[in-house]
Design a binder for this molecule. Structure first.
Ligand code: URA
Ligand code: CA
Length: 438
């Protein structure tokens, strides 16, 4: 078999066979297939697409390129969730403990933030003492004990994705539905859960910019789950503005604690998306028979504090100081040198936001990394005071920046002003949920 023939097949709109896909993934991971050939193939895939069978074969070959986690000795249905990246998206810190409080088993591996989008691991590390690098045996022990554990992905999980992703990032080949589907699903399947709930984001702060593309990605991942005998449900949700009001690591952790303390009002977007995803997780775990029953269970675990207790138990097991997980404790972690309001230059209505730029503003204040080596300041970031559709007066604060290092303060302020559009009349407000695909 020759790589150049595989590339030419894709260029000519032909289908790659199972054996060809296996050959490509194996050869690329071992180094026999050079980056330039892989780049050419991936560009051909971006332009000419893959069918469902090819995407499923690619997912399976990628999944088998490294270690896989066996969770079969843990009791019950193991359920995982994945969001395709976003800004102010603190759902994992809320749902994983809530689902565990309702009797579910959540053994989850999360990632770090990338560019403008936040990562659960960085948020976890805002609690002093937390070690997200637990060995698998200890990870499983924590799940057995508390019903929930979130750690970092182990070193050799899906090396094919690590290599392909790095190459896609610099060759303009990120935006392919089958490549994204294979990237996400290979990692989720390798992590060993029986059931997976996927939150596919669409909008200005997401990889998918149109609802049609997001639905196609969601549908493809659900079908792949079927091929590979896992239960997968995907929801398509809005990322045209930050999901929660907080953007930054300790700030987002604080919002999760506020939510789990019952402090967020009904209809709050973060709360609603958490209840939606948690509902799907309880249904797949066979712990509830209907949406209403699942939602009621989750709401109860918020009201009686069982969800917050689970989060504390998990933080304790990860070595963190769980006594900080109170409203006062979280305020302490969010203490900064200066809080700087960014104000509106004219009166009107908030008609749109560039969520990516809002993530970028938090990042330049030190909440995210520009390069892998950058060190994060957990306390910095921003709190939004407005959502799309809200009225605003000239001089009123759009958001408050949480600042320690003032080096990039001017940059953050101008980025925020660019990120929020104000118009004379209220404009169409995007729905929070576009589809649930089973
Ligand atoms: N998230 C992933 O893990 N992979 C992609 O390709 C895109 C988003
Ligand atoms: Ca995220």
């Amino acid at each position: 078999m020759r790589m150049v023939d595989c590339i030419e097949k894709k260029v000519n709109h032909e289908e790659l066979t199972h054996d060809e896909i296996q050959f490509i993934v194996d050869g690329f991971v071992s180094g026999e297939i050079p980056d330039y050939q892989m780049s050419a193939l991936m560009m051909a895939i971006v332009l000419n697409d893959m069918n469902e069978r090819e995407a499923a074969d690619l997912t399976l070959s990628m999944m088998c390129s490294g270690d896989t986690v066996d969770l079969s000795d843990l009791p019950g249905v193991k359920v995982d969730k994945h969001s395709s990246g976003g800004v102010g998206d603190t759902t994992t810190l809320v749902i994983a403990p809530l689902v565990a409080a309702c009797g579910g088993t959540v053994a989850k591996m999360s990632g770090r933030g990338l560019a403008f989008s936040g990562g659960t691991l960085d948020k976890l590390e805002s609690i002093p003492g937390v070690n997200i690098g637990q060995p698998i045996a200890r990870f499983k022990e924590i799940v057995r004990k508390t019903g929930v554990c979130v750690i970092g992905q182990t070193g050799n999980l899906v090396p094919a994705d690590k290599k392909m992703y790095a190459l896609r990032d610099v060759t303009g080949t990120v935006q392919s539905v089958p490549l994204i589907a294979a990237s996400i699903m290979s990692k989720k399947l390798a992590a060993g859960s029986d059931a997976i709930v996927l939150d596919v984001k669409v909008g200005s702060g997401a990889f998918m910019k149109t609802v049609d593309d997001a639905k196609r990605l969601a549908g493809l991942m659900v079908k792949m789950g079927k091929h590979l005998k896992r239960e997968v449900v995907a929801v398509v949700t809005d990322m045209n503005q930050p999901l929660g009001l907080s953007v930054g690591n300790a700030l987002e952790f604080r919002e999760a604690v506020q939510l789990l303390s019952g402090q967020l009002p009904t209809g709050d977007p973060l709360l609603e998306v958490c209840l939606l995803l948690g509902t799907q997780m309880l249904l797949l775990s066979k712990l509830a028979k209907s949406d209403e029953e699942a939602r009621g269970m989750l709401q109860q675990a918020i009201d009686n504090g069982a969800g917050l207790s689970k989060l504390r138990a998990m933080i304790h097991e990860l070595g963190g100081d769980e006594t900080l997980l109170t409203l006062e404790g979280m305020d302490k972690l969010c203490r900064v040198k200066r809080q700087v309001p960014v104000t509106a230059e004219k009166s009107g209505y908030v008609i749109g936001m560039q969520a990516e730029l809002i993530g970028r503003a938090a990042q330049v204040l030190g909440a995210g990394r520009e390069t892998k080596e950058d060190v994060i300041d957990p306390a910095v970031g921003l709190i939004m005071h407005k959502r799309v559709g809200d009225p605003i007066q000239a001089g009123e604060a759009i958001c408050t920046l949480y600042v320690n290092d003032e080096k990039n303060l001017d940059d953050a302020i101008s980025t925020m002003k660019e990120a929020v559009q104000i118009g004379a009349k209220p404009d169409h407000v995007a729905p929070m949920v576009y589809a649930v695909i089973r």
